[in-house]
Design a binder for this molecule. Structure first.
Ligand SMILES: NC(=O)C1=CN([C@@H]2O[C@H](COP(=O)(O)OP(=O)(O)OC[C@H]3O[C@@H](n4cnc5c(N)ncnc54)[C@H](O)[C@@H]3O)[C@@H](O)[C@H]2O)C=CC1
Ligand SMILES: O=C(O)C(=O)Cc1ccc(O)cc1
Length: 308
């Protein structure tokens, strides 16, 4: 027997990878009655209509959210406040506004003040994605067995938080709650700084390619290919991540640079013991992840961006 929808009316603002995956996941689980969607560009709205992404694709954000029980902001972090300000006057009393942004403190501080009294604000972040973007990139399985972190604000209504948790569980995620600052530090370590390192490494190789005449592409090994996948991620989204998670990213980058210098010095001095001990420690980290069964990114998933 199909389960009753968790929300009667859902509005998705921004129709890219995450919103489209949410739509297909909600449809798969029968989690929402009607889903309305809005994206800024006419081209994205046309693509959404063509592939049946959303029950109704609206030409304005206001039209999409009026009457919605749940509104999810699925736009780059840097424009969330402007979108929230635009929709605020028409939000239904008792509705919940959430988001999927990769940074949480900045979203809470910029979106929060735009949420009118009587409307719940429950920020969230699914730890699942690919390097793809746009309305055609989503798929229902994206969130399966992946974490979704809920970051309730001080006055988030517990019932609204539980209902959103049920939606994310219905979409396949494991859910945990986390404080915003802790979230931003953890993500700076596990996602934001690694992306920056990948961008840098691919940039270095691209510079070198001009010297080596395409050998970088021809002979690139798996490790470098993984870097190129990550460095193909959406530039707008990642610009906004670094501009809004500045403090935590700079903290982790500072530590990274210190360690890199220590390794550089060990290479220069021929200090094999230092290198060996370091690599032995990092190998144990990987083994710990695998043994804990948390290696949910099978290689094929990462390379193709498609579900296993
Ligand atoms: N890509 C990923 O792997 C993940 C992304 N996120 C977060 O999810 C959010 C969305 O990311 P994606 O879906 O990957 O991006 P995307 O680039 O695939 O989609 C973003 C959508 O927002 C629209 N948009 C941009 N500005 C807008 C505006 N002012 N008003 C209305 N629509 C607007 C774009 O046209 C596009 O349709 C971001 O905040 C990102 O940090 C979270 C987890 C994973
Ligand atoms: O594609 C990858 O390797 C990712 O790391 C996906 C991702 C990107 C951004 C997020 O905020 C969460 C997950």
């Amino acid at each position: 027997m199909a389960q009753a929808p968790i929300y009667e009316r859902v509005a998705l603002i921004g129709l890219g990878l995450i919103a489209s995956s949410m739509f297909w996941a909600m449809k798969r689980g029968g989690l929402a009655g009607e889903v309305r969607g809005f994206a800024r560009s006419a081209e994205t709205r046309a693509a959404a209509r063509e592939i049946g992404l959303c029950d109704v694709v609206c030409d304005t954000a206001v039209e999409a959210v009026a009457d919605a029980d749940l509104v999810v902001l699925c736009v780059p972090v840097g424009v969330m406040a402007a979108v929230a300000a635009e929709i605020a006057p028409v939000l239904k009393p008792g509705a919940t506004v959430s988001d999927v942004g990769s940074v949480k403190r900045a979203v809470i501080e910029s979106v929060g003040p735009n949420i009118p009294p009587g409307v719940n604000f429950v920020p969230a972040h699914p730890l699942a994605g690919t390097e793809q973007s746009g309305p055609r990139s989503g798929f229902a399985e994206l969130f399966d067995n992946r974490w979704c972190l809920l970051v309730p604000v001080e006055n988030s209504d517990p019932e609204a938080v539980s209902r959103l948790e049920a939606l994310w569980r219905g979409m396949g995620s494991n859910v945990e709650r986390m404080d915003a600052d802790h979230h931003d530090l953890v993500l700076a370590v596990t996602s934001h700084t690694p992306h920056l390192i990948a961008y840098t490494m691919v940039g270095v190789a691209d510079d070198l390619q001009r010297v080596t005449d395409s050998e970088v592409v021809k002979y690139s090994a798996a490790g470098f290919r993984d870097f190129t996948r990550i460095a193909a991620s959406d530039p707008t989204m990642w610009r906004d991540v670094f501009l809004t998670n500045k403090e935590a990213t700079l903290e982790i980058l500072g530590r990274f640079t210190e360690e890199l210098f220590a390794l550089q010095r060990a290479i220069r001095l021929g200090d094999g013991e230092h290198l060996f001990e370091y690599f032995t420690r990092t190998r144990a980290v990987r083994r710990g992840i695998v043994e804990a069964g948390q290696d949910t990114d099978a290689p094929d998933f990462g390379r193709t961006g498609k579900p296993r």
